[in-house]
Ligand binder design. Structure first.
Ligand SMILES: [Zn+2]
Length: 86
């Protein structure tokens, strides 16, 4: 799978887990809920992926463009248009 599609899949998985966590009640304490644990795992994965998603030629981060500006990564760099997929 292409890297930018993997990123989107992780984001979708995180959203599904957060929604499931709010709607699916599983017996026991909430922190034993597998959706709660999975949303944590996906959230951390996304943060790590975002920080490491840097264009190899111009060094611009593809996800965190500025403090308040976040974008989904694409196959090409948004700044210099070089191919990010190997
Ligand atoms: Zn670039």
């Amino acid at each position: 799978m292409a890297k930018h599609n993997q990123f989107k899949a992780t984001l979708i998985a995180l959203i599904i887990c957060i929604i499931s966590f709010n709607f699916v009640k599983i017996g026991g304490e909430f922190y034993f809920n597998p959706f709660y644990i999975l949303s944590f795992v996906f959230a951390i994965t996304l943060i790590v992926k975002s920080i490491n998603y840097v264009c190899p030629s111009c060094q611009k981060n593809q996800v965190i463009r500025s403090f308040l500006s976040y974008r989904l990564p694409k196959a090409e760099c948004y700044s210099c248009n070089c191919k990010l997929e190997k």
